[in-house]
Design a protein around this ligand. Structure first.
Ligand code: SF4
Length: 467
């Protein structure tokens, strides 16, 4: 059959659109864009020790810099294959054949690529070659390399009383407490492993900065906050003054260019003028990220004004101004002080964002905390204790005392399934943060894995063996 001349062109055109659209990649249950996949790699989530497609041991010694211009995705990286270290660039594609589809093999900008990553490869062997006829080592990534907690799971189990409710009701409270506490400890260990993987890949301060930024993204915008903190790494952003920093944050996030100054009130116009006075000078260094396919995908539906990502970015800017106070208690476990850390976060202020929810909102009647108690609790649960408890296990006792402040729909569902609506047993085990974390872990490990309406779930039987 003779190929039609325009069909191939259209296929390439369609493909170029689809790379910016979330697709379900091999091994991932959730659709994700190439950009989100790159973010996972860059944060060290896949690990740093691998085997290349031709069977050689590979270690990533330096994850480099996420490239903001033309050329490979990551530049200035260092990899060690068979113990021999090479410096160069890394390219990540969903499919190995994207290397040729995107003509990287004929592009001199890709001649320094020392590693080609992909998630999918054709059955027949595909070689990655540069325009200088150098063969590039390859690594096939897989969702199974991700740590527990990042692997795909089902979203929700039905809200009904489970088969385990009766044995749980008959157990002494101390045994129920012990199971929940054990599950909470396991959950903290999973978070610790994830965070420490990120520390190994990016360094302690950058890993903490990214984790705090993610916590500011709440449930819906964790991914864009993670990507933003990787595009504007701490080392770079701390060298800037406060206005330049905010110009970068709001510029690269896409919010600055999506707001018309005429639509805003006078105080906002003055703030925008300040940011633009720096952004127009910085903009050319971020062009790749302003391309439609690379723009961050913010989820703005059904977001309460106080949780709007623009306000959260304002909180991140304030947090960066006080970086030394935020990072010092986390520098090592012996310097930890929960009270000092909490106070630093709760006391953050910003001359614009303390009284504004978004760039389009009117000034609030009175100042509103940039980071409130619940967000601090989230940061303690997902950043501070996962970082520090493995380094000083005595902190587990402190963690056990944290009250439950988070209102989480999944926790409510877990309580409903394990304890039912009646009686006080459910409320006895939801007073503390570790209760919530333990129940979430049980819910994810058993309820979300169950396909038998509880009939085949091993949890009720295993309860009998718990001493
Ligand atoms: S799936 Fe298992 S843990 Fe979940 S409610 Fe049913 S019996 Fe309980």
């Amino acid at each position: 059959m003779t190929p039609l001349p325009l069909a191939d062109r259209y296929a390439r055109f369609r493909e170029s659109v689809f790379t910016g659209v979330a697709e379900t990649l091999p091994g991932f249950a959730e659709p994700m864009t190439e950009m989100e996949l790159q973010s996972l790699w860059f944060s060290g989530a896949f690990g740093s020790e691998f085997t290349t497609t031709d069977g050689r041991p590979l270690r990533i010694a330096d994850f480099g810099v996420w490239n903001s211009g033309a050329g490979p995705d990551f530049t200035g990286c260092a990899i060690a294959i068979d113990g021999q270290t090479t410096r160069g660039d890394i390219e990540l594609d969903p499919d190995a054949r994207d290397w040729e589809r995107h003509a990287h093999g004929a592009n001199e900008n890709f001649n320094r690529v020392v590693l080609h990553l992909f998630l999918h490869a054709p059955e027949e062997r595909f070689y990655t070659r540069t325009s200088a006829h150098q063969e590039v080592p390859q690594l096939l990534l897989s969702a199974t390399m991700l740590p527990e907690g990042l692997k795909p799971r089902r979203h929700q189990a039905p809200a009904r009383l489970g088969r385990c409710a009766l044995p749980l009701r008959e157990m002494e409270p101390a045994r129920v407490q012990s199971i929940i506490e054990a599950a909470a400890q396991h959950r903290l260990e999973i978070k610790s492993k994830r965070l420490h993987r990120s520390v190994a890949a990016q360094g302690r301060e950058q890993a903490v900065y990214q984790a705090l930024a993610q916590a500011l993204g709440y449930r819906n915008n964790q991914q864009p906050f993670a990507i933003l903190s990787q595009r504007l790494p701490l080392k770079k952003i701390l060298q800037l003054d406060a206005v330049q920093r905010e110009a970068w944050l709001f510029g690269v996030s896409g919010f600055l260019e999506s707001v018309r100054s005429d639509d805003t009130e006078p105080a906002t116009r003055s703030y925008l003028r300040q940011l633009w006075s720096e952004w127009w000078k910085l903009r050319s260094g971020a062009e790749r990220w302003l391309d439609g396919r690379q723009l961050l995908r913010w989820k703005l539906n059904a977001i309460r004004p106080g949780n709007h990502p623009q306000r959260r970015l304002g909180a991140l800017a304030a947090l960066l101004r006080s970086w030394s106070a935020i990072i010092t208690p986390l520098a090592d476990a012996t310097r930890w002080s929960q009270a000092a850390w909490r106070e630093s976060l709760l006391g953050l202020k910003h001359e614009f964002w303390t009284t504004h929810y978004t760039l389009l909102s009117e000034e609030a009647a009175k100042p509103v905390a940039l980071i409130g108690e619940t967000r601090v609790q989230e940061m303690l649960a997902n950043v501070a204790y996962p970082l520090l408890v493995p380094e000083r296990t005595r902190l587990w006792a402190e963690y056990l005392e944290l009250p439950a402040l988070l209102d989480n729909q999944k926790v409510r569902l877990a309580v409903h399934r394990l304890f039912g609506e009646e009686g006080t047993r459910g409320s006895d085990f939801t007073q503390k943060l570790h209760h919530q974390q333990g129940l979430l872990q049980i819910y994810e490990d058993f309820c979300l894995e169950d396909d038998s309406a509880c009939a085949g779930c091993p949890f009720p039987e295993r309860l009998k063996d718990w001493s």
